[in-house]
Design a protein around this ligand. Sequence first.
Ligand code: C2O
Ligand code: CU
Length: 442
Amino acid sequence: AHGHSAAAAAGAGAAVPASADGISVPELTADPDRPADVHVELTARAERVSIAGGEPFDGFTLNGTTPGPTIRATEGQLVEVVLRNEDVPAGVTAHWHGVDVPNAMDGVAGVTQDAVMPGQSFTYRFVAEQVGTFWYHAHQASHPQVVGGLFGALILDPAPETDAAAAADVNPPAVDVVAAIHTYPGGQRTIGGALGDSHRESAPGDIVRVRLINTDSTPTSAWVTGSPFRVLAVDGHDLVGPTSLADQSVQITAGGRADLEVRVPESGAVRVQVPGASVTIGPDGVDADETSAPREHLDLLSYGEPADVALDPEAPDRRFAYDIGRLPGFLDGRPGYWWTINGGMGAAVPMYMVDEGDVVVMTISNSSGEGHPMHLHGHHLLVLSRDGVPSSGSPWWVDSLDVVHGESFEVAFVADNPGVWMDHCHNLPHAAEGLMTHVAYN
Ligand code: C2O
Ligand code: CU
């Protein structure tokens, strides 16, 4: 196949009734007899890809496009995704980044399943229990496959008449913009599947929820011109009491998400920018001013209002250290200058063992000389403090957290999802260079 052009993040994958097609459903997933509410088929291909206006490259598509289709479901629905591999030689999987799915559905080749080889398929089933902005991506040979196009957005909407729905409709968004930030081979920087600036039509006065997903390996800043904005959610968790911001930018961790609320002005348009690409939202043909990145970064440690959380970190059942360093040595027999965890490398790093129900406090510190976006699968982490300074804003829940050189974060989570879970750096080349271990249940 040649010449497939990339589509802008499109609507939901076709929602057709699930058919019993003989694909076995592993244990630990939703009731196998329950019909799916959202059924999506994804076919992965290796092919020549070009983004409109860009340079063609050897990449990957899902259903002929990259990003793959946006999958959208409502809280409580059973999501079923059949992933087929047409011809991706290394095999593929789908990992639901930020969604606390049952372990067997986590999509990590070599840990929770075998890679889906050419001609094979795998069916994922999980109930949407969370609400917010998530994404999915290949987790086999992750670095080339994600960069080359095997990813898409996953949006979980609140069920009507739940607390989350009530909270989300403080300002019901007239317009919902899903915008993955992604750099394709050759440094082709896109937002929402398009190079440069792209336009979303919206009327003056519209309130827009912009769901930014950083699919790259390094953090990105994002900022807004033409409207004040608020950060409504980080990593799929609504922030409590977010206030209006203007001359600031938001840092989005590699793998992380930030939902911004903007308002289309009475005249003109609003522009959401990241370095090298932007989305303009407003009436057709109306442009917005471009500005360079503001110097000041929003500090999420003190943004919003404190609130109670369902986790008491005062007397944890376990305390772990996740100390990131770098040393010369051998990783799987290869000599190099590798990342270390608590001084160990590769197989020498023990897993973090927990019991179901444990409250775990982990101190992640970094003296490795580079920043690392740390990502724990299957759980979400509450940020307690950074460099000894306690969190003073909204509860700040993450699944992806930037830990820069010299920094130390204390985070907490509840071990409430049995299995073996990766805990790794989402700068994907770093993960391949050994910055990767697991949390496992006794
Ligand atoms: Cu988004 Cu282990 O990854
Ligand atoms: Cu890293």
